[in-house]
Design a protein around this ligand. Structure first.
Ligand code: TNX
Length: 502
């Protein structure tokens, strides 16, 4: 069977052999799912009244992502209470299809996910990723019944979203000179992103944008030096990895800048959630800057280090005015005295104990523990693995063993912010060491398949059973062009040094 394993499957005798043509019968509200099914079947299947009947319909009852699929020798019926469920049913059909595309085995499936939000972070800031890859990747997420794409759009190494009010962000901030003198970069226009949001929605995927602040901002400081703590400027788009000491200056100009950016981000992305990073923000520049120390005092803070949560709180106010919820990385909340507004969503990248602390403080959390869900980490010790230094190995089995509600964490409904608990799970593809889509896919597969099953199944079939379904599943991915052949070779640091000498 397929990945993720459906909750209830009954194999029935026989198969549904597709006639040369199909008859798509889509009830009210089911047309987008029917169109996606027709798209999967390809242009070689004309529609006619005599064709194989494929019936899709909305039918009330059950959670919005649930679906019921009945494949019988004479035709198939797919029903769900909402479009999201119908789209999942279409993806199940895509995976169940015979290899030669001639039909399906007969089955009855009743399916629904255990976690309602199943996301993947893609870092397009460290390495720019072309739009056609983003579209294919969205298709791949949807195929795994993952429904959130967290786009990490800005960082020290690049600014990837056009902001009308601040054109230098992409004129300057989207480009960096690599240590070997080559230039890397790129950005998405507002129009690109609006179209991408629409494309993702048609596949049942929501895009959550992230603008990282008040650290991870060197690309912005290169574009607008006045936003930094050193009046002499001189900050460049970073061509190294790690945590930079260059952070925003806590003056009104920075607040105005961030508000302008977030206002435009909210215009492009309809997601109810906007992520504002908040992570890894060294405070040495504020501690050294008389202007920052003064600003902290004026803001009633007895320590300039508290300016990090002050930034987050100001932007939380702004996003609330815009009707959006604020999300931040968990370490942004663990500052001395730096309590976050309780409706802020926390992406917990450490472990279940940190999630429990956040939940005890009344927060909703997205579970993204790095030891199970950071797929930039090496998946083994082989010579083809990324040189990502200092990180633990995260194997396929580690990814499969991911426990969203570890330690008895409560689940919560994201539409009810007053309910503390786990509202989502997320896998991470940071791209410091993944310069191309092939590298990203090498890191993603097959661990993302294991994550998808951990996120979907109330009762996971177990790693051995997962492994036995994997080859067939990877066959489908390969036929979609989603597997990068033999793994792409990572340039070893020693080779890079050698190349730079030449
Ligand atoms: C930590 S966890 C980061 C990212 C890096 C990643 C590399 C977090 C919010 N930040 O900036 O890309 O580690 O694994």
């Amino acid at each position: 069977m397929i990945i993720p394993q459906p909750a209830g499957v009954r194999r029935m005798p026989g198969r549904l052999a597709l006639a040369p043509s199909i008859r798509l019968d889509a009830g009210p509200g089911a047309v987008p799912a029917a169109e996606l099914l027709a798209h999967h079947l390809g242009p070689g299947r004309p529609r006619s009244r005599e064709g194989t009947p494929l019936r899709l319909a909305l039918r009330p009852g059950g959670p919005p992502e649930s679906y019921r699929l009945v494949v019988a020798p004479g035709g198939l019926d797919l029903t769900a209470p909402a479009l999201a469920g119908l789209l999942h049913g279409v993806h199940t059909l895509r995976l169940l299809m015979d290899e030669d595309g001639s039909g399906w085995p007969c089955v009855e499936i009743d399916d629904a996910p255990v976690m309602p939000r199943r996301g993947v972070l893609l870092d397009v800031a460290r390495h720019f990723m072309p739009l056609d890859f983003l579209r294919s990747f969205i298709d791949e997420l949807a195929l795994h019944k993952l429904n959130v794409l967290h786009l990490h759009l800005t960082d020290d190494q690049g600014w990837r979203i056009e902001i009308g009010a601040r054109p230098r962000l992409t004129e300057i901030g989207a480009w960096r000179t690599e240590p070997d003198g080559s230039v890397h970069g790129g950005h998405y226009t507002r129009k690109d992103l609006v179209a991408l949001v629409e494309y993702a929605a048609s596949r049942g995927v929501e895009i959550v944008p992230e603008i990282d602040m008040p650290g991870h901002v060197r690309a912005a400081l290169a574009a607008y030096p006045g936003l930094g703590n050193d009046p002499r400027g001189g900050v460049t788009v970073w061509n190294g990895w790690g945590v930079s000491e260059d952070v925003l200056a806590p003056h009104d100009g920075s607040l105005e800048f961030l508000r302008d950016v977030l206002t435009e981000v909210a215009e492009v992305f309809p997601s109810p959630i906007v992520h504002i990073g908040g992570d890894e923000c060294p405070t040495v520049q504020w501690e050294r800057s008389p202007a920052a120390v003064l600003r902290a005092r004026e803001a009633g803070l007895d320590d300039p280090r508290l300016l990090r949560s002050w930034f987050v709180a100001r932007m939380h106010e702004h996003l609330t005015r815009l009707g959006r919820r604020t999300a931040v990385w968990d370490d942004g909340s663990r500052l001395p005295g730096g309590r976050l507004p309780s409706d802020a969503l926390l992406t917990v990248w450490l472990d279940a104990a940190h999630a429990a602390t956040a939940v005890a403080r009344g927060h909703q959390v997205v579970m993204a523990p790095h030891t199970a869900t950071y797929f930039d980490y090496r998946q083994g010790d082989g010579p083809d693995e990324t040189p990502a230094p200092g990180h633990p190995v995260t194997t396929l089995a580690d990814a499969y063993a991911f426990e969203p509600l570890a330690g008895g964490l409560p689940a919560a409904d994201i539409r009810r912010p007053e309910q503390a608990g786990v509202v989502a799970v997320q896998a991470q593809l940071w791209t410091e060491y993944a310069p191309t889509p092939d590298h990203v896919r090498y890191l993603a597969y097959p661990r993302l398949c294991a994550f998808a099953e951990a996120a979907w199944c109330a009762e996971r079939p177990g790693f051995a059973a997962f492994r036995s379904r994997l080859p067939g599943h990877l066959g489908v991915l390969r036929s979609l062009g989603a597997l990068a052949g033999p793994g792409p070779r990572w340039e070893r640091p020693a080779d890079a040094a050698e190349r730079m000498k030449r």
